[in-house]
Design a protein around this ligand. Structure first.
Ligand SMILES: [Zn+2]
Length: 115
């Protein structure tokens, strides 16, 4: 198995960077970046893409096909307990002389209704 991938970004070979320049004088090219496979990218999309830019380009160009892999035709739901709204008072400052209130809504998954 090869120990590298070519970047899958459809525009990768069009970016004007020095590290993409290849070939002999008179027939120079900008070439798709080669990505070495290693333990940092083995479980990440960065083993197929040299940058977020290339990943975004790929996703934008092929989004219809990507979505076709696992189309979402109806909303998913996660059962939760009735949300609890609570106001807490937080203190700060050298002698806790300042305070402010913050209202938070606690949302918890209802484990008894998991499918
Ligand atoms: Zn790239």
């Amino acid at each position: 198995m090869a120990n590298f991938n070519w970047c899958h970004g459809p525009e990768c070979h069009k970016k004007h960077t020095q590290d993409r320049v290849r070939g002999v004088k008179g027939s120079k090219v900008l070439r798709t970046r080669k990505i070495k496979l290693n333990k940092w990218n083995e479980n990440h999309f960065f083993r197929f893409f040299c940058s977020n830019h290339c990943y975004d380009n790929f996703a934008s160009k092929y989004i219809e096909q990507i979505i076709a892999i696992a189309p979402r035709t109806e909303a998913l739901e996660t059962p939760i307990l009735n949300p609890e709204r609570k106001t807490h008072t937080y203190h700060y400052g050298f002698n806790n002389e300042h305070s402010y209130n913050r209202t938070e809504t606690k949302i918890e998954v209802d484990e008894t209704r998991q499918s």
